[in-house]
Design a protein around this ligand. Structure first.
Ligand SMILES: [Zn+2]
Length: 343
């Protein structure tokens, strides 16, 4: 598949294409940017552009995506293409020195088929100190035919000595409209579902393409009932809901959906339009709520929820936290005059 297949990253594509055409590729690149925005895919496409066996006659740097070399790069079986990554099953995934040594040994030899040996190091910030030092030696005197692409969403973790030997390319998430267009094209979904997945994935294309739509829609429906005035009408319902969710280990999921719903209300309350609203189908109800809601109270609730999500791993009593939050949502939903009348 050619570069054109990649959504977004236009600046990076132009830069890499022209470097290939002018034969000015660096020996090492660092593709950095947020998680799951397509850094690795771009690196794979770069490798294919360099190793493709049937490049077009005009020498445009576009891989065919279909020849043996292109397919082998996709399958990580091309003899001139190496990829290493940490074992993500581990509690603390690391790239150990043995992996780098292995690459070091292979990269010295001339490429078997193409003109280059390409080595992709995914999550490069997971290298141990030993691995870093081994790689550094190779990067200091890289063989002419070698190309290293380091990928990282935490480039600041990489030592400056490594970073200074790589040409850094900062990649940013594609625009939400691009993500929606890609979801429509690749998953053949209607625009409403594409919008839903794009917003739900915070613009991360990889997530939007893999997300289980049916499951996400079911959760959306389920939580919209829980967070409705009816779902929150009595204390006993709230306590029961919090208990059920906490016991099913779904408290964090509840926080997440609640946060998204509150952010939707906030977007509508400040008149931001609905481009980034997730629960578009509940728009009428949310708009009515947005018009009578106490914005300060809403902002406090959002910021406390965000804090809770960050602290959730640290001994937070999730059931109690959920009870408290649901009671606050209930207060938020209660029209002020009613609150006054019931006093
Ligand atoms: Zn090809």
């Amino acid at each position: 598949m050619p570069f054109a297949d990649i959504i977004g990253h236009d600046r990076a594509k132009v830069l890499l294409r022209s470097a290939i055409v002018q034969d000015r590729l660096a020996h090492a690149y660092l593709f950095h940017g947020d998680d799951r925005i397509g850094k690795r895919l771009l690196a794979v496409r770069l490798a294919q552009a360099l190793l493709c066996e049937t490049l077009p006659a005009d020498h445009a740097p576009e891989a065919c995506g279909a020849c043996r070399a292109c397919r082998q790069v996709d399958a990580h079986t091309h003899p001139d293409f190496m990829m290493i990554e940490p074992d993500r099953e581990q509690a603390h995934p690391q790239i150990k020195i043995e992996l780098i040594r292995n690459i070091e040994h292979q990269v010295i030899y001339r490429p078997l088929i193409g003109d280059r040996k390409i080595c992709l190091i995914d999550d490069a910030d997971r290298m141990t100190i030993g691995a870093v030092n081994a790689l550094l030696k190779t990067l200091e005197e890289p063989p002419d035919h070698s190309l290293f692409v380091l990928i990282s969403s935490r480039p600041y973790v990489l030592p400056a000595t490594i970073r200074s030997r790589c040409q850094a390319l900062r990649l940013t998430a594609p625009a939400q409209t691009q993500v929606e267009a890609a979801v429509i094209l690749k998953r053949e979904l209607p625009p409403a579902d594409a919008h839903f997945l794009a917003v739900l994935s915070d613009g991360q294309l990889g997530r939007a393409l893999e997300c289980n739509l049916e499951q996400a829609r079911n959760s959306q429906k389920e939580f919209s009932i829980i967070f409705s005035a009816k779902g929150l009408q009595s204390f006993s319902t709230i306590l029961a809901t919090a208990e059920t969710l906490a016991k099913a280990d779904r408290a964090l999921e509840a926080f997440d959906w609640l946060l998204r719903w509150l952010r939707d209300v906030l977007l509508l309350a400040v008149g931001a339009g609905s481009d980034h609203v997730l629960n578009v189908d509940q728009r009428t109800g949310m708009q009515a709520l947005a018009e009578r809601i106490d914005i300060d109270e809403l902002l406090d609730l959002i910021s406390d929820l965000e804090k809770m999500e960050r602290q959730a791993n640290r001994n937070l009593n999730l059931q109690m936290a959920l009870e408290t939050i649901l009671l606050r949502v209930r207060h938020l939903l209660t029209p002020q005059h009613q609150a006054g009348a019931s006093r």
